[in-house]
Design a binder for this molecule. Structure first.
Ligand code: FAD
Length: 816
């Protein structure tokens, strides 16, 4: 017994130091003192002596810094240099682009929640709110999505004109150039509201404000280029597009075969130094109507007209549409969402060097420019469009499920439908929090490379889920296309969002963890960078400090993951109030588990982990769900901890924890080195898999929030266009919902009387009149039922067409 007590004392003292991340010196002192005191009190002299020898044998070499560096760190540095995979220039650029924000804390195993909670609440300025209430509201009122998607396959001229005149294309352009200079939050809010009406309009507005000529010019353009283009882009005098993708280079964008050869050519009688461009691009948004084309190509200088280097690398240029030889104009047809999109080609197109963005000195820097801008653009466009669509779906599907009756009940009352509604509510809350977090990061001046990949992937994947649930709950109503259908085009648009700005499979498998692990990890990138320190002494010193910091970090995460797993994440100081504290504790636990698994996976598999996408994707999922759950908690705090929102928060949070558990379990289960996997399982899940998905009861509470007006639903559907204009079915459904709810008890009374067989009439209105006459319902109640039936009929109705009306296009035979 005394032996066990002494051993336990040493273990607990060591564990406590690791848990709290004490220094090596503190660990040694605390462990030795605990062993001595408990050992002597328990009368276990031999055990105490053996333990002390072991502890000193470990502590002394580590505490003698010179000895440690030469005997331990130096051989390990040599080994590290040989096993560390050499990063390609492309990977190096991707890793160095962007900044690390709160996601770094999530990778630390011990997030500092104060860092997150002290960030200011993101809010629209007065001017931005006025724009939302003015031009955005007006634009939404002008949109007829059926006309756009079916009749014109384009925006009508008045909508184009309104967008340009009101500078929707200049949201990211500073005021000095005539732009709106909006915050990322406002930019996001505008896109969300537009997408609640039309994916085509939202995509059209999103593109010039995302990665493209304006963004690139702002960061890298010469003053002359900025002064020329930005004022014209702001007011839509110039329409931009950006062409990177081609038939042979999609996801692997650095492999573009498009070339620009530096040469001299006589232009208007003057010998001009320029580039001869040959390129074949496709899928380019706004290309058919673009007046200025951003072009990515590989630049070569075989005659050394610019310098010694022959292969200069990826370079970006802006070509005016009038450039001789530039071929654009025809259109692709992206899944019935007819925003302008098409190919661009050119063979031997000559352009002067002045077309290079930033001038000749920026030749070869194109990839870095693109990656840096992408981390900002990707944080806004697609997450915002997805969120806008999801918010509108939540509003529409909740209202429709309450209005649509089958088997004598509103379909919302059936548990199967309730399940879909709960998913819509919970995932919309989570996605809204996620896109708000990435917009806020951009507004803090970050270039959120990892969060933007998380937001792009998860917002669009969840939008796909919500689009499917929305279709299912609406049944045939959502299947039959026409002016009355507000769901079908959203369903069509989802795969576009999944594919663009980094196709989702690749974003999840390669980018989130690949960049996240190295960028956010407190040691890995610094250790890799230490390899390039030229001064050997300095290199060893730096590597030694990082190495032992890293080992301590790993041990601490193992202890923290195990201890918090053992207590079911019920113990420990953390943030939050009585309601949210348990949530923060769970995040602490899984943050430690992620940090531990990431270290072990990278340590054991090394460079091979890059090719084990199924493993790294799962670890990326853990990072993503930690980020999303933190964003939800921040949103809840910023909104003043509203009790009404708790069902949404709880559903979204438990779903994230459930998905984290599945991801960790899957990663460990499939880890190829089995003994390591067994150890990891014991440390991560000491009591087994205890997380459960959101309960049915919780789902019922979420569904209830979606099917009746309330403040939580108002917050969830913020920025949806809800004005009940003739073009806005969802707005009119929202307006009718209170009447539908008020009519329910009257309808029950009427139904009961109907069942008793006391009325002779066979039609609804006749029965209603009889019920009123019989005093079953009052006149006002009969009026209410009549009004609601008429109103609901409009919303459950679908369109029909003559064959000719549907034949919107010439057949190929006609065209020939
Ligand atoms: C409507 C639309 C608008 C667009 N607008 C523009 C634009 O304005 N400008 C522009 O330059 N481009 C644009 N694009 C191109 C878009 O960025 C590409 O479609 C995208 O990069 C994917 O390339 P791809 O379609 O050739 O798919 P591929 O690269 O052929 O990919 C096929 C599949 O393989 C997966 N994959 C590829 N590599 C990996 C990997 N290493 N690991 C795991 N999975 C992988 C992908 O995720 C995808 O699922 C647009 C595309 C569309 C459809």
């Amino acid at each position: 017994m005394s032996v066990i007590l002494t051993l336990l004392a040493a273990l607990i003292a060591s564990g406590a130091c690791a848990y709290h991340r004490s220094s090596l010196r503190t660990w040694a002192i605390v462990t030795i003192v605990a062993t001595l005191v408990v050992g002597l009190l328990a009368h276990a002299p031999w055990t105490t002596a053996i333990l002390l020898i072991v502890e000193l044998a470990i502590a002394l070499p580590l505490l003698l810094v010179d000895f440690r560096r030469k005997q331990i760190s130096l051989p390990l540095l040599k080994l590290f240099a040989t096993v560390t995979p050499k990063l390609s220039e492309t990977e190096q650029t991707a890793l160095e682009a962007g900044t690390v924000g709160f996601e770094g804390e999530l990778f630390s195993g011990k997030p500092d929640w104060h860092e997150l909670l002290k960030q200011p609440k993101p809010e629209l300025s007065v001017e931005e709110q006025a724009f939302m209430d003015g031009p955005v509201e007006e634009l939404c009122g002008m949109i007829d999505d059926w006309q756009i998607t079916h009749e014109l396959a384009d925006l009508p001229p008045n909508v184009w004109d309104f967008i340009k005149r009101n500078r929707f294309f200049g949201m990211i352009i500073p005021k000095q150039y005539g732009g709106l200079q909006f915050s990322a939050l406002a930019h996001s809010a505008v896109l969300q509201k537009l997408n609640s009406m039309s994916a085509t309009v939202a995509s059209t507005v999103a593109v010039p404000n995302s990665l493209g000529p304006a963004e690139l010019l702002l960061h890298y353009g010469s003053d002359e280029q900025k002064n020329h283009y930005l004022p014209r882009l702001a007011v839509g005098e110039e329409i931009p597009c950006f062409a990177l993708t081609g038939p042979y280079a999609g996801s692997d964008a650095t492999s573009i075969p498009d070339v620009g050869i530096v040469c001299r050519q006589v232009v208007d009688g003057i010998e001009t130094l320029g580039i001869k461009l040959t390129f074949d691009k496709r899928y380019i948004t706004l290309a058919p109507i673009a007046t200025v084309v951003g072009l990515a190509f590989r630049m070569y200088d075989p005659e050394h007209l610019l310098g010694d280097k022959e292969d200069l690398g990826i370079t970006l240029a802006l070509l005016p549409r009038s450039t001789p030889g530039l071929e654009i104009g025809r259109r692709h047809f992206p899944l019935n969402i007819p925003f302008q999109n098409g190919p661009i080609r050119g063979k031997g197109v000559f352009a002067p060097l002045s077309v290079l963005i930033g001038g000749p000195q920026m030749a070869g820097h194109g990839w870095r420019m693109l990656v840096e801008c992408l981390s900002v653009g990707r944080a806004i466009s697609l997450p915002s469009n997805a969120t806008g669509g999801m918010r509108a779906s939540a509003l529409a599907t909740g209202a429709y499920a309450r209005m649509r009756k089958q088997f004598g009940l509103a379909v919302a009352r059936f548990e199967g439908v309730e399940e879909a509604l709960a998913r819509i509510g919970g995932l919309t809350y989570a996605t809204a929090a996620l896109s708000r977090a990435t917009a806020a990061a951009v507004d803090r001046g970050e270039k959120p490379a990892v969060p933007s990949a998380i937001a792009k992937y998860h917002a669009t994947e969840w939008a796909r889920q919500i689009a499917a649930d929305t279709m299912d709950v609406h049944g045939g109503k959502a299947v039959q296309l026409g002016p009355k259908n507000y769901a079908g085009r959203g369903w069509s648009a989802v795969p576009i969002a999944i594919t663009v700005e980094g196709a989702n499979i690749m974003t999840r498998s390669l980018m989130i963890f690949g960049q996240g692990a190295i960028r956010c990890h407190p040691y890995v990138l610094k250790e890799m960078q230490a390899l390039s320190i030229a001064d050997r002494g300095e290199q060893l010193k730096t590597f030694d400090r990082l190495l032992f910091g890293h080992i301590g970090f790993g041990i601490s995460n193992a202890v923290r993951s195990f201890a918090m797993g053992l207590s079911g994440a019920r113990l420990g100081e953390t943030a939050g109030d009585a309601y949210t504290r348990r949530y923060y504790r769970k995040l602490d636990r899984y943050s430690a588990a992620l940090a531990l698994c990431a270290d072990v996976f990278m340590g054991v598999l090394g460079g091979k982990l890059k090719f084990k996408e199924k493993l790294s994707a799962r670890l990326g999922d853990v990072l993503s769900y930690l980020y999303i759950a933190s964003s939800m908690l921040k949103q809840y705090e910023d909104n003043g901890r509203p009790e009404a929102d708790r069902p949404f928060l709880a559903w979204g949070f438990h779903e994230c924890m459930w998905l984290i558990q599945n991801a960790l379990d899957g990663a460990i289960r499939n880890f190829p080195v089995r003994p390591v996997a067994w150890l990891l399982r014991a440390l991560v899940f000491p009591l087994g898999r205890r997380e459960v998905p959101p309960s049915d009861r919780l789902g019922r509470r979420v569904a209830a929030l979606l099917t009746a007006p309330n403040e939580a639903l108002d917050r969830l559907t913020d920025w949806v266009y809800t004005t009940p204009t003739p073009n806005n079915t969802i707005g009119r459904m929202k307006a009718l919902l209170p009447d539908v709810i008020a009519a329910e008890p009257v309808d029950r009374k009427f139904g009961k009387a109907l069942k008793s067989g006391q009325f002779k009439s066979h039609d609804y209105l006749g029965q209603l009149a009889e019920a009123q006459q019989a005093g079953v319902i009052s006149e006002a109640e009969a009026d209410l039922l009549r009004r609601v039936r008429e109103g609901v009929f409009e919303f459950i109705s679908v369109d029909d067409f003559d064959s000719d009306e549907l034949r919107a296009f010439k057949t190929r035979a006609d065209a020939a």
